[in-house]
Design a protein around this ligand. Structure first.
Ligand code: GRF
Length: 237
């Protein structure tokens, strides 16, 4: 389905069909919706799937006229049973790209394989630092002077796939995990739509050797987007 605001994608092709997975607030989902609606991102978000029925991101999707599904992990006896059902559900929407946007689940290798080279994640740290949870507190505890977020292809290794794009922010005096998280999140909203844009326009892919390729050249390190201007989150602090 084409909506107002859709723009042509790969070589003038139709917008890329996308499925977005969430578990919570969905502010990264909102950034994608906003970019799409502004005509800046040639994607068609066909479905938003949450493993939690109370995720606010579902409301964001409904407001944008996007189909939603809740697939609760509590209704499945095992992780692999859940992921098999999720793969089936997603497959029904024929996504060219699956976007993990705060989906708080560890994926089975089978699910990852189903969408090999077609699944992106955003992680709130400068990977390879701090895979997993509590990244902001860990950065503070380590005395880091900078922190940030990374968009990466999803592979079997938790938060370990090839990094594509990073935004860095300063760690400021008086920061706690909440303030730092807000500063990072503002940057996530810049870099995720950009990485999805690269993929949707055919600039970005995962090569056969597992290396990310941007504009036909191997991406040996994530592209850096420095947070040059203070964000509202900085000013609020
Ligand atoms: C973000 O910090 C993202 O990096 C992490 O979970 C958070 C999700 O935020 N994976 P939201 O639901 O997109 O607001």
């Amino acid at each position: 389905m084409t909506r107002p605001g859709d723009v042509a994608g790969r070589d003038g092709a139709a917008p890329l069909p996308v499925a977005v997975l969430i578990s919570g607030d969905g502010s990264n989902l909102q950034a994608l919706i906003d970019a799409q609606q502004a005509g800046e991102l040639p994607i068609d978000i066909r479905v938003v799937v949450s493993n939690r029925g109370d995720a606010f991101g579902l409301t964001r999707a409904e407001r944008a006229g996007i189909q939603t599904r809740v697939l609760s992990h509590r209704e499945f006896p095992t992780r692999s049973a859940y992921d098999a059902a999720l793969a089936l559900l997603l497959g029904g929407f024929e996504p060219g790209l699956v976007v993990l946007a705060g989906f708080m689940r560890i994926l089975t290798p089978e699910l990852v394989a189903s969408f090999h080279g077609r699944m992106l994640n955003i992680h709130p740290s400068l990977l390879p630092r701090y895979p997993g949870l509590h990244t902001h507190q860990r950065a503070l505890d380590a005395g880091d002077t900078e922190h940030g977020a990374t968009v990466h292809f999803v592979t079997d290794e938790l938060d370990g796939g090839p990094g594509l794009l990073q935004a860095r922010v300063p760690v400021l005096p008086g920061d706690d995990a909440e303030r730092l998280a807000a500063r990072v999140l503002a940057q996530e909203h810049r870099i995720y739509p950009l990485a999805v844009h690269w993929f949707a326009t055919g600039r970005l892919c995962l090569g056969a050797d597992g290396q990310a390729m941007l504009d036909g050249a191997p991406l040996t390190a994530p592209v850096q987007i420095d947070a040059v201007a203070p964000t509202p989150a900085d000013r609020a602090g």
